[in-house]
Design a binder for this molecule. Structure first.
Ligand code: ADP
Length: 501
């Protein structure tokens, strides 16, 4: 039985994993770099071990140091979180060799799914629809031939790809050679592997993924879908479940394909099968992530399952205690990722000291974060500060709740994308559930320049209600609303849009 878990990660996910450990009576061990001496995960853990300089290559990605800390602390298992070593088959193998339980799937499963060309082949053999595309492309000449055969637009993709790296959209045949060259060099730099392949570009795409859980005894279930189409540069910003475009029939089909995908690699652990879905709900396997996803809390909320606890139970060799036919999606959950960044400066990271933070609270709100007042966000890591997750009985209520929560979320000291997220929640395409991965590009003006759009409110009753509301607010919160003694009607504008729903 696992009694002590070393969490080989930092930030919100390290804290989140430790919370489940504590509930299970398991001792948690943190590791930390120079930049993370004052980090929340170090304070939260039962024990903490220093593992070296701030750059992750010298600390969180250094296998020897992590294994050494595990041995020194007497941890019997390692939870890798997401990112860092979570999808590193060699690390999972090393844990096994050292007699430490790796809380995740087998090294073989990680390896098969980590290489996109291999996983596409395996999925095709298992009868799962994959995006039409090629095997490995060795030459620019072949790339051109294949792009012609498939028909532009196509995607040039790195086999080792992740985080949107090594991926190029090619709209016109003449651009294929340049795209192959640049995707290759980016992939070489990021993954040390420049293998690429080409796949058909799916127009008006939705990114819809299925959460799966498999135990070591061959039982595999899915925990329904997550809609992850609100993206910027192929990176998710907002996720929700259920997907507003899903039908029960397609959900059941995709769910069984997700289970089949996991079965094809004897999957044991928590994983995510990603699909790309077109306007007509034709779906194609994209990839499988063999770890916990950033957006896992929305699934936890809607199905009522603690995925980290399940991961630990599975790693313990226990049998899944959830049956597929017992699961149902209850209500609606939305997550948004809060970043220390400046949307008005092309989303440039904005690290710095948190001067003040008021976290959102209340019914149906979950906030998975790690920053606190006086904490300095280091330059070295991802600028995501927290995840705000809401749940409500219906999608409409969940949007209203997320708006309320975002509105009460105050951080000073660093720039954040909170206002940008509020605008997403106000954007008609999102509110109506009519969006795909082009959402951010299509609505960028609305999202970044609220002043231009707020004057378009036409509903007289809403304007009247707003004036009444704003007048009361103005009296009550004069200090907040006034700058140099003058009314700040831009702030009131926030309230106009807030009042609209
Ligand atoms: P990564 O592993 O780098 O995250 P993915 O293969 O998961 O890359 O793709 C990331 C995103 O890129 C998807 O969510 C989708 O928005 C877009 N994308 C990827 N492949 C295609 C495709 N064939 N057609 C259309 N969009 C795609």
């Amino acid at each position: 039985m696992i009694k002590k878990v070393l969490v080989a990660n930092r930030g919100e996910i390290a804290v989140r994993v430790m919370r489940s450990c504590r509930e299970m009576g398991i001792i948690s061990v943190a590791v930390y770099s120079e930049a993370d001496r004052r980090a929340m995960h170090v304070r939260y853990a039962d024990e903490a071990y220093f593992i070296g300089p701030s750059p992750s290559s010298e600390s969180y990605l250094n296998t020897d140091k992590i294994i050494h800390a595990a041995k020194k602390s007497g941890a019997d298992a390692i939870h890798p979180g997401y990112g860092f070593l979570s999808e590193n088959a060699a690390f999972a193998g090393r844990c096994l060799e050292e007699g430490i339980v790796f809380i995740g799937p087998s090294p073989e499963a990680i390896r098969s799914m980590g290489d996109k060309i291999t996983s596409r082949r395996l999925m095709t053999e298992a009868g799962i629809p994959v995006v039409p595309g090629t095997e490995k492309i060795n030459s620019e000449k072949l790339a051109l031939e294949k792009a012609r055969e498939i028909g532009c637009p196509v995607m040039v993709k790195a086999s080792a790809g992740g985080g949107g790296k090594g991926m190029r959209l090619v709209k016109n045949e003449k651009d294929i050679v340049g795209a192959v060259r640049s995707a290759r060099s980016e992939a070489r730099e990021a993954f040390g592997d420049d293998s690429i392949y080409i796949e058909k570009y799916i127009e008006s795409p939705h990114h819809i993924e299925f959460q799966v859980l498999g135990d070591q005894h061959g039982n595999i279930i899915h925990l329904f879908e997550r809609e992850c189409s609100v993206q910027r540069r192929h990176q998710k910003i907002v996720e929700e479940t259920p997907s507003p475009v899903m039908t029960q029939k397609v959900r059941e089909e995709m769910g069984s394909f997700a289970v089949a995908a996991a079965r094809a690699v004897n999957y044991a652990g928590a994983g995510t099968v990603e699909f790309i879905v077109d306007d007509h709900l034709n779906y194609y396997f994209l990839e499988m992530n063999t770890r916990l996803q950033v957006e896992h809390p929305i699934t936890e909320r809607v199905v009522g399952v603690d995925l980290v606890k399940q991961q630990i139970r599975i790693a313990n060799g226990e049998t899944l205690d959830i049956r597929q036919d017992e699961l149902l999606q209850f209500g609606h959950a939305i997550e948004c990722r809060i970043y220390a960044e400046d949307p008005e400066q092309n989303f440039m990271p904005s690290p710095g000291v948190i001067r003040h933070i008021t976290e959102p609270l209340g019914l149906g709100v979950r906030h998975d974060g790690y920053v606190y007042e006086g904490y300095e966000i280091p330059l070295f890591y991802d600028p995501m500060m927290s995840k705000l997750i809401v749940w409500a009985g219906t999608r409409k209520e969940a949007i209203a709740r997320l708006r309320r929560a975002l509105y009460s979320y105050k951080i000073t000291g660093v720039k954040t994308n909170i206002r940008f997220l509020e605008r997403i929640m106000e954007c008609p395409d999102f509110v109506n559930g009519q969006y795909n991965t082009h959402f951010v590009d299509k609505n960028i003006d609305f999202l970044l320049f609220p002043e231009k759009h707020d004057e378009k409110i036409e509903d007289v009753a809403i304007i009247a209600a707003f004036i009444d509301y704003a007048t009361k607010i103005k009296k009550r919160e004069d200090k907040i609303f006034s700058k140099n003694g003058k009314s700040n009607w831009k702030d009131c504008g926030r309230r106009i849009s807030f009042m609209r729903y």
